[in-house]
Every structure is written in structure tokens, then in C-alpha cells.
Design a protein around this ligand. Sequence first.
Ligand code: CP3
Length: 346
Amino acid sequence: MPKVLEQTLKGDRKSRIPVWFMRQAGRYLPEYRKIRQKYDHFLDFCFSPRSACEVTLQPLKRFDLDAAILFSDILVIPYALGQTVSFIKDKGPLLKNFNEIQLKYNPSKLSPVFEAIHLIKDQLPKNKSLIGFCGAPWTIATYMIEGQGSKTYQKTKSFAYLHAQEFSALLELLAQVSADYLIRQIEAGVDVVKIFDSWAGAVPAECFDEWVIQPTRIIVNEVKKIYPYIPIMGFPKGVGLFYQDYLKTGVDAITLDPSVPRLWALENLSQHVVLQGGLDPIVVLTRGKYLDQQIDTLLNTFTTVPYIFNLGHGFVPETPIENVEYIIHRIRSFEKSCEQLLSCSI
Ligand code: CP3
């Protein structure tokens, strides 16, 4: 059965615009919160194959989406490398003692993820795609070194500047391990993979090649060596003009953050990669002119090129479910009006 997300990722512009959302399974859904409360520790939840499968499929039961994204987290990689990872309620991730760990990769710690993928694939409708993912080396390194989220990335950058060789070895290790992790996800059944570089916008221009492009390119090359036809999506959030440089990573698709000018992306990126995303997740909290404007600009700018509808970052927990339904409805109505226009002009 044709899967519109994968067809679009291969460069085909279809009349149906594929839609999925970052954090489509999450706290804004009551059915997610219900399962979430069974677990004290977020990683126990991620590593329970049956719960992970169930929440992965939840948004597809509610909404007319074209893909599921594996329910897990990018921080399972530091965990598989031997670092203690926990998630503190209302505060976010906490990682312990970067200086004291040996950094030894144990992929068997990730086996519940692959088990979850098997379960999901058994139940996922055949016309929908399953997206697997990992964090990019820079973003993972920031969590490992800071021990938590950060505004300044002071520890990570100081380490990188003062111990350049060690930092570059860390990025290389993370790239190899992440490639292995994606390859195992594909073996288990994911159809597409995505590399999240959520904090790439904090990298200084002079370091962009070394900290972002090169490590990401290692992941892309390693995965493509074994699975040349599996589409790879990249998300270099917040990098401005460096979105164009990011093309050098060899990814097949790029997610736009909300600040990327749509026409600039059309003119400078769309000839080389499939474009995805862009909608401000915060405008989704509202209804009215701004939400409509942002949806319509994306749809109208990318009418002639392969485009995947998505946000420019993940849904926040306060997102009203009706607004998600509304966005999808607006996209499907746009498709219908395009079809009518086409049939009138014949
Ligand atoms: O639906 C999906 O998008 C799939 C699942 C997914 C999660 N995290 C679930 C999650 C994915 C793809 C991620 C990736 C992820 N995790 C990123 C990259 C994308 C991005 O958002 O920038 C990053 C930076 C992380 C690290 C992370 N995980 C943080 C900072 C937090 C705490 C902040 C928050 O949103 O709560 C998490 C926890 C997390 N990961 C939650 C979910 C649904 C919320 C935890 C909970 O339910 O208690």
C-alpha cells in the first residue's frame, strides 16, 4: 500500500499532504497522561514495550495523521553509554557525573525499544509510516556534559574549547553509536528516521562544520551504507542561514523551525531536500488570524514542491486537542480546493 509520507520523502509531490507532529504523543492527550501516571520514572515508561507501543499509536487513533513516531527519548543514548539519566517532574532531564563514566556502549540496554517497534509495526495501519529517531551528537553532548538542559551551554562549550580533541572524540563516538542505534531501529521495522539537533542554534559559526555537519554526516553515511533507501530527516533547530550549510549532511529532508523565512527555504533548500514543518507550536494554543495565517503561508508557499506538514518544534502540554483537529481539517480542505482547481482547469 502506498505510504504518502515515504512517497513525499522520495520527492513525489502528492495531492495528499503528509501530516504528523513533533510530540504528537504527549501530555496534551488525556489518554497519554493516564498511562504516564503508572510510571514514576520516565525511562521505565519508554522501556516498557507495550506502553511505548500504545502511546505511539494513540495520536493516530484520534487524528487523520500519516505517520507514527516511536515513543522514546533521545536521552536513551547517554543511558546506553552508562550515564545515569532521570527525568524530574516539571524540571526536565537530569544526567549524572559525566566525568566519572567510562562511556561504554551497551546496545542490549536498548532492546525494549526494538521490541516496541515490532509491536507497533504489527498494529500500525499499512498506509502509515513509522518514524524512528535519535538525537544529533551535539545536542546529546550538551545533555551529557551539562547534566541537564541549559541556556548558555557553558560547560559543554568550555569543554569543547579547552579539550578540543576529547570533544571531537566524544562527537565521533556519539555519531557511531547513534548510527548503530538507527540501523537497529530500521532492522526492527521503522520506515524513516529523524536526527534531532534541537540545540544546534547555540553552536558558533566557526564550529558549525565540526560540531554539527561532520558528526551528522557520519550518521547519514553509516546508515545509508546499509539502508540506502531509508529516508533520513534532519532538524537543525535555530541555525538560521546555516540551514543551507546543513544540506552537506546528506539528509533527505529538513524540518524548518518557525523562524525560517518560508520563501527563503523554497528558493534555497527545496531543490535539494524535502521540506517539512515550520508551524509555531505556540500559535497552536490560539485560534484566529495568526494560526490561519501560519498554516496557509506554509501550504501556499510549498504547493509546488514535496512538503510534509509539521510543527517547528514539539507540541506543549497545554495544546488544545480541538486546535490539532482544526489544523488537520484546514490542511485537508486546502487539498480539496487544490483538486477542484486542477479539475476545473482541465
Ligand atoms: O511524540 C514524539 O515526538 C515522540 C517521542 C519523543 C519524546 N522526546 C518524548 C518525550 C521524542 C522524539 C523526543 C525527543 C527529544 N527529547 C528531544 C528532541 C526534540 C525536541 O523536543 O527538541 C529532546 C531535546 C529531548 C529531551 C527531553 N525529553 C526533554 C528536554 C524533556 C523534558 C521536557 C518536556 O518536554 O517534558 C523530555 C521528556 C519527554 N520526552 C516527554 C515526552 C513525551 C515528557 C515527559 C513526561 O511525560 O513526563
